[in-house]
Write a protein that binds this ligand. Structure first.
Ligand code: ADP
Ligand code: ADP
Length: 242
């Protein structure tokens, strides 16, 4: 089956709790899509259309109100926090701000081994893998001994990608992951994602407000507007429409 499968996902903010909240927001309505291994699906839409809500539900950073999220075949939409833990490695996220993944006070190496160590990997092999990952994302292996602020924005985003890849995920969610970068650096990071996908066969969910960026990397695209999916198709067809 697909690496990621989302079915009739709904999210209403302000509806949890026993009280009636008068200011609820239907941020995602009946969102459905699949991403096979090795493919990239984009979610595009204006600010406030519900893109991040979908990403946060899929990551279980927030709880979906209704619907199904299957990651590598496992239904995770309603798993408890404890039952979710072993499944978290299968889906990793890269944010617009790399400091959401990287602790500025930690060496790059320490940030990269944190997840694998939590999964029970031994320190020496996790650190050896961290060095390999630096090479894989186009940085010198001794980058593991330096701190995030010693790198450029584009390099820091490469490190955040390496940290996600360290978990050997089936699915990588990129939430506006190149939106803060200059156009030329954007192109380099998109090329890197493409190359990693070819090598590792991961499925990528690529969230962006930028149609030009979506056209560069996505195979398929869904367009969101006010929480709804208003278009879904091949990137070339959807993004060619004015
Ligand atoms: P996008 O990622 O496309 O900018 P969001 O998913 O962030 O859109 O937001 C979708 C809608 O949900 C917006 O109306 C936004 O104001 C609202 N929203 C987002 N997060 C919350 C939250 N934590 N509580 C209440 N409303 C929220
Ligand atoms: P992101 O960068 O992931 O889109 P934001 O920086 O927009 O997230 O939002 C930061 C935090 O504020 C998130 O936890 C989000 O849930 C919350 N948030 C966003 N929009 C709203 C809103 N309209 N009302 C309440 N909380 C919100």
């Amino acid at each position: 089956g697909p690496a990621l499968s989302v079915e009739d996902l709904n999210k209403t903010y302000g509806s949890s709790g026993w009280f009636v909240n008068r200011s609820t927001t239907l941020a995602a309505r009946d969102v459905s899509f699949d991403i096979p291994a090795g493919r990239t699906l984009g979610i595009v839409g204006e600010s406030g259309s519900g893109k991040s809500t979908v990403a946060r539900c899929i990551m279980r950073l927030i709880d979906p109100t209704e619907g199904s999220v299957r990651v590598a075949g496992t239904e995770i939409a309603r798993l408890s926090r404890a039952d979710l833990r072993p499944h978290r490695k299968h889906i990793q996220i890269v944010f617009q701000d790399p400091f959401r993944s990287l602790n500025p006070r930690w060496t790059v190496g320490r940030s990269l081994v944190e997840g694998p160590l939590n999964l029970g990997q031994d320190k020496a092999s996790a650190m050896a893998r961290a060095r390999e990952l630096m090479a894989l994302v186009g940085l010198p292996e001794d980058a593991v001994d330096r701190y995030p602020h010693q790198f450029s924005g584009g390099q820091r985003q490469r490190i955040a990608i390496a940290r996600a890849i360290a978990m050997e995920p089936d699915v990588l969610v990129a939430d506006e992951a190149v939106s803060a970068l200059d156009v030329s650096v954007q192109a380099q990071v998109l090329d890197l994602l493409d190359e990693l996908q070819q090598k590792l066969g991961i499925a990528i969910l690529f969230i962006t407000h930028d149609l030009r960026v979506a056209a560069q990397i996505c195979d398929e695209v869904i367009v969101m507007q006010k929480g709804r999916v208003v278009e879904h198709g091949k990137a070339g067809a959807v993004l060619a429409d004015p």
